[in-house]
Design a protein around this ligand. Structure first.
Ligand SMILES: Cc1ncc(COP(=O)(O)OP(=O)(O)O)c(N)n1
Ligand SMILES: Cc1ncsc1CCOP(=O)(O)O
Ligand SMILES: [Mg+2]
Length: 212
């Protein structure tokens, strides 16, 4: 299956407001379908426990689900795997592969995102060549990323960029209004959708709140 054209991926990124990271799970195909039907715009496999073959299998499921819904699928950390599966998006943290190296592997038709945790990193990601979007956070300490200190909403308030950027970390439907009031229009979530009894409804509720 050929990958999407880079312009189409960047158009979808420009329209994206809800980004979901999910671990692998036995019902991954049904879960991804529900989340994407509810309005998730980008779905990332984030699961450090997987062997490469398991990761490839899970990514195939996400790629097919994203294609069915006209949305984007993302690989975390690994440019080689992103290249192998023709991912739409690669997400890189501060301790991951440098962006220029990832670009060498992936070319220009893949969106690359960056994590940032303080004002200096945020400003660097806002200007760094080869970066398409970045994330700021955690907004609140979160068990999903243990040991990562939370810069909190101050970093969201400080963030200004022409590039798309997302707030991340501890965000749920009860505190989303605070994240929006701090200036974010796009969010990344994990537990708020992966732990939801009805992932489709949870995604729909996020989209309603993000569009108002
Ligand atoms: C969309 C998105 N934002 C942030 C992260 C976190 O990346 P990183 O800081 O490299 O931490 P790990 O996820 O690799 O543990 C992400 N994966 N996706
Ligand atoms: C991967 C990552 N990076 C910063 S916070 C975070 C996890 C966010 O997870 P949750 O939405 O469950 O708090
Ligand atoms: Mg990483």
């Amino acid at each position: 299956m050929p990958g999407l054209d880079g312009n189409l991926i960047r158009q979808r990124l420009a329209d994206a407001t809800l980004y979901l990271c999910t671990p692998n799970r036995p019902d991954l195909a049904e879960f991804a379908d529900a989340a994407l039907a509810g309005g998730v715009d980008i779905i990332q496999l984030r699961d450090k426990s997987l062997e490469a073959k398991q990761e490839l299998d899970a990514l195939e499921i996400l790629a097919e689900a994203a294609e069915r819904h006209g949305k984007l699928f993302a690989v975390n950390d690994r440019a080689d795997i992103a290249h192998a599966v023709q991912a739409d998006v690669l997400h890189l943290g501060q301790d991951d592969l440098p962006v220029p190296l990832a670009r060498k592997i992936l070319g220009d038709d893949v969106v690359i995102g960056r994590s940032t945790h303080d004002v200096d990193q945020m400003r660097a990601a806002a200007d760094e060549p080869g970066v398409d979007y970045f994330c700021t956070g955690p907004c609140w300490p979160t068990p999903t990323k243990p040991g990562r200190p939370a810069p909190g909403l101050d970093l969201v308030r400080a963030t200004k960029s022409a590039r798309p950027w997302f707030a991340i970390g501890g965000i749920d439907l009860t505190n989303l209004h605070e994240v929006k009031a701090a200036g974010a229009t796009r969010v990344v979530v994990v537990r708020a959708i992966t732990d939801a009894e009805d992932p489709r409804k949870a995604a729909e509720s996020f989209k309603v709140e993000l569009s108002s």
